[in-house]
Design a protein around this ligand. Structure first.
Ligand SMILES: Nc1nc2c(ncn2[C@@H]2O[C@H](COP(=O)(O)OP(=O)(O)OP(=O)(O)O)[C@@H](O)[C@H]2O)c(=O)[nH]1
Ligand SMILES: [Zn+2]
Length: 188
């Protein structure tokens, strides 16, 4: 995939500054195009990353029971408005055939998927599907809760409103108790 084109972003930001009626040569904003380009390179770095690559680390460990990493903070950018949405992701899975991955890899996958223009639903399902494909577990459950700045600072203006999305795969799709266990652990 193409790397971020910083010069092009700088040019675009200069144009935006001009278009909103700012003077792009004013001292305070002179370096803003450069700063924004650097920031976009950072916040969109996930475009160059396949979340599945993080699940190459597999330990052979006979634990065929729940693993949950909860309260993984993330920041993403809404693909409709390019403003942030952010919150927490909770990632659970039940390993199979000794295919246990590193705990940090669950957080790394969330990060890789979040750092792109995104929808909350797609973050949730992409993490779940990547884990299903690479770890072949009994099941995966991903819960994401977030606040969308496009709904708080503008538009409908509903600060404090939270969006919760879930993706359930494998055993979690069939077993209400398995889902309930994860939800109660997330709440406590
Ligand atoms: N499903 C989904 N919608 C999102 C997400 N982030 C932002 N949106 C919504 O995307 C929609 C875009 O709606 P449009 O009518 O095309 O754009 P808009 O006129 O700016 O909409 P308003 O936000 O209602 O002012 C809005 O309803 C946003 O709330 C997300 O992660 N998932
Ligand atoms: Zn938005």
């Amino acid at each position: 995939m193409a790397e971020v084109n910083r010069a092009q972003i700088e040019e675009a930001v200069r144009l935006i500054l001009e278009a909103i009626g700012e003077d792009p040569n004013r001292e305070g904003v002179l370096d803003t195009p450069k700063r924004v380009a650097k920031m976009y390179e950072e916040v969109f770095s996930g475009l160059n990353e396949d979340p599945k690559q993080h699940f190459e680390t597999i330990f052979s460990e006979e634990h065929e029971e729940l693993v949950l990493v909860k309260d993984i903070p993330f920041y993403s950018m809404c693909e409709h408005h390019l403003v942030p949405f952010y919150g927490k992701a909770h990632v659970a899975y039940i390993p199979r055939n000794g295919r246990v991955t590193g705990l940090s890899k669950l957080a790394r996958a969330v990060e890789a998927v979040a750092k792109r223009p995104q929808l909350q639903e797609r973050i949730t399902s992409t993490v779940a599907d990547s884990m299903m494909e690479k770890l072949e577990p009994h099941g995966v459950m991903v819960v994401v809760e977030a606040e969308h700045m496009c709904m708080t600072m503008r538009g409908v203006k509903k600060p404090g409103s939270k969006t919760i999305t879930t993706a359930v795969r494998g055993v979690f799709a069939k077993d209400t108790n398995a889902r309930a266990e994860v939800l109660s652990l997330i709440k406590n």
